[in-house]
Design a protein around this ligand. Structure first.
Ligand code: SF4
Length: 334
């Protein structure tokens, strides 16, 4: 089956050789369940609610309330057959469409990521189906309670999707190690990753001069790129090793250790005692609440009272490393 599907386009834009794994991981399964519950709630059914945790129910309810508030009195399409769309030979399904507002919605779980190419594809198909020149895709990050709105003209959306198709259909395309490798069906065998992993392992051979690595910026960048690939292989190897030991197999030098789960008191029980214990100390022990969660609770509970923006505090920015160029596995080490 071709990897060219709207949901794969953001990955294919980075690595034209990406191929989705045939088995869905737990995160993907959770995403599909929340998607189905979101559609069900928008079409007036609460069938899947009992399969969700209370936090997930609240995430879906938040998403549904965003769609309803943007749609106003306009019709919301959420049945799969009403949200299917085609574009440039591809086919996909948006989560909810409000044709009168020239907009569609896509529910996303987990952290914010790049979905621009996928949203351009849906927007292109929907613009063609509804004879529109412009369209807005709303990404609903339900766990974070955040909305990202991506407006497209017909020409922009077409250009974005065509660029990925050309990239993928290039007979000389090359794999590009990237953040999506862990989800790729070729992760264990990819010719672009193997030399990088071997490179990382070479670095620990004797004599390994760490000082020389960290003092040379080019060497340091190359070392980190190699480590990233080795770390990923290491995580996969650990999963396989745990399964082997659990099923009675042997792994020389390793054993399975089972730790007791942590003890906890649930929120309902804390609620029973909170008055006697004092709200202040209990809330201080719970810690801070994210601004988006507080905003959501305020909207739910305060009956239209203006949100106190001055209550939102900002934590200091966090710096972290992100790889921004393709490592070259063929470059000599020194
Ligand atoms: S493993 Fe990574 S580099 Fe290789 S094809 Fe898949 S996404 Fe591309």
């Amino acid at each position: 089956m071709s990897a060219l599907r709207p949901s794969n386009l953001p990955k294919l834009a980075v690595c034209p050789c990406y191929e989705g794994s045939a088995t869905a991981g737990p995160a993907a399964e959770r995403g599909s369940l929340l998607d189905a519950a979101f559609r069900a709630e928008l079409t007036g059914s609460a069938l899947l609610r009992d399969k969700l945790s209370s936090e997930e129910q609240s995430a879906v309810s938040w998403s549904v309330s965003v769609v309803r508030s943007i749609a106003g009195r306009n019709r919301i399409l959420a049945r799969e057959e009403d949200c299917r769309t085609r574009m440039l030979g591809l086919e996909g399904t948006a989560d909810a469409v409000v044709p009168a507002r020239l907009t569609h919605f896509d529910l996303k779980t987990g952290l914010r990521r790049n979905y621009r190419e996928q949203m351009a594809a849906y927007s292109l198909g929907l613009m063609e189906a509804h004879f529109a020149d412009s369209w807005t895709a709303h990404l609903l990050y339900c766990d974070l309670r955040e909305i990202e709105s991506l407006p497209f003209t017909h020409a922009e959306a077409r250009e974005i999707v065509e660029a990925v198709i050309v990239h993928v259909e290039n007979p000389h395309r090359e794999p590009v190690p990237c953040e999506y490798c862990g989800w790729c069906a070729k992760a264990d065998t990819c010719p672009a990753r193997r030399p990088l992993a071997a490179d990382g392992l070479r670095a620990v051979q004797i004599p390994f001069d760490f000082e020389a690595v960290v003092t040379d910026p080019a060497e340091l960048g190359r070392f980190l790129a190699a480590c990233a690939v080795v770390e990923e292989f290491s995580e996969r190897a650990k999963t396989i090793a745990v399964e082997r030991l659990k099923s009675g197999g042997e792994l020389p030098g390793w054993k399975l250790v089972t730790r007791q789960g942590s003890d906890f008191v649930d929120a309902v029980t804390v609620g029973h005692h909170i008055q006697a214990m004092g709200f202040g100390p209990v809330l201080a022990a719970y810690g801070t609440l994210s601004a988006s969660k507080f905003r959501e609770l305020w909207t739910e509970r305060m009956g239209g009272k203006p949100f106190p923006e001055e209550a939102v505090k900002h934590s200091p920015p966090i710096s972290y490393l992100e790889q921004n160029s393709k490592p070259n596995p063929n470059k000599p080490t020194s």
